[in-house]
Design a protein around this ligand. Structure first.
Ligand code: SP5
Ligand code: ZN
Length: 334
């Protein structure tokens, strides 16, 4: 499978994240890069399609914020990575505030997604990587892998979170629509629900979003991913969530995957985008499913049986020792 990657994605070097009342070493760290690159072998660098494909998904003000946030953080006299500490969850007037702390809260939904000096550059090239893989499939390749880092599926049109700054899979989907693909499906098999991708397409009937993930009653991102979230307006029925309990093994995961794949088949898409997270692995340090490395082979084969042009986009996966094997086990079955 053709694999896309840009070395500028290394520019994002988060030191730590805040959860459970304390700072922890960043789970989405650069050690993931070597692990995956070693496993996938040779990669191609993307071209530069500029900001237009990003603007099909994200608002201009959000992109401006993301590009400038760390400079503003330094200008405010701070050190290290920018993190928010206050959030406008009690709805306020749409204020045009300048203070970096106000902006960080406005555009973030958690405290685990630090913005460093290279975050914009890395995120920008992750999005270009997703676009290049998509173009390769639109151009006739059967499959392609976008090694996107940082990941994307928690990032919405105008907010970041969950180690995600640009919504790579959504950008890929919108690019395919702009290129004339009438129907697209996104299958999200990361351990966490892809709230950003869901939000972006929630009122769209042409882009189906299907996700299998940890039940948000127990796990991050809590406020999205429940089974009754089915889409809205013309998008009603085009959003499908399969929440599964902690401790889920392949024997019960495969039933959910069969239903997810069947729904995708019924949608009859021209293109499938798979948001692949290896954090469903039993050894993942922040997750609680029990999939084994060998389970990624039948997972991939089940998806591949759809016979659809497919772009695989990298999301999470934090067990660095097994990450390469988990990724190549998955990719090699397409
Ligand atoms: C792309 C992706 O996988 N993002 C995941 C973001 C999860 N961040 C929430 C961190 C809270 C983890 N709780 C861990 C408990 C460890 N015992
Ligand atoms: Zn995840």
């Amino acid at each position: 499978m053709k694999c896309f990657w840009d070395d500028r994605q290394r520019a994002h070097v988060p030191a730590s994240e805040f959860f459970n009342g304390a700072m922890h070493p960043a789970a989405e760290h650069e050690g993931r890069v070597e692990a995956i690159l070693k496993a996938i072998g040779s990669t191609q660098a993307p071209g530069d399609l500029g900001l237009d494909p990003l603007l099909r998904v994200h608002s201009q003000d959000y992109l401006d914020f993301l590009r400038m946030a760390h400079d503003q953080w330094l200008a405010a006299g701070r050190e290290g990575d920018a993190l928010p500490y206050t959030f406008p969850v009690v709805k306020r007037r749409p204020l045009k505030l300048q203070r970096i702390d106000a902006l960080l809260g406005q555009y973030s939904f958690d405290t685990s997604t630090p913005i460093g000096p290279g975050t914009w550059e890395a995120s920008y090239w992750a999005a270009q990587t997703a676009l290049a893989a998509t173009n390769s499939v639109l151009g006739g390749e059967r499959t392609a892998f976008a090694f996107c880092r940082p990941p994307g599926h928690h990032c919405g049109a105008d907010y970041l979170g969950g180690y995600s700054y640009l919504s790579n899979a959504a950008i890929a989907a919108e690019h395919a629509v702009a290129a004339g693909r009438k129907r697209v499906a996104i299958l999200d098999v990361d351990y966490h629900h892809g709230n950003g991708t869901q939000d972006i397409f929630y009122e769209r009937g042409d882009v189906l979003y299907v996700s299998i993930h940890a039940d948000p009653v127990m796990d991050y991102p809590y406020y999205w991913g429940h089974a009754d979230e089915r889409g809205q307006g013309t998008g009603e029925g085009a959003n499908l969530n399969f929440p599964l309990p902690r401790g889920t093994e392949w024997s019960s995961y495969e039933g959910a995957l069969a239903m997810a794949v069947e729904a995708i088949g019924r949608h009859a898409p021209d293109l499938l985008i798979v948001s692949y997270g290896a954090d469903t692995y039993e050894g993942d340090p922040i997750s609680y499913f029990k999939l084994r490395t060998t389970d990624y082979a039948p997972m991939a084969r089940t998806i591949a049986k759809l016979g659809l042009p497919t772009v695989v986009v990298m999301e999470g996966g934090y067990a660095v020792d097994a990450l390469g094997a988990n990724v190549s086990e998955f990719l090699s079955r397409f």
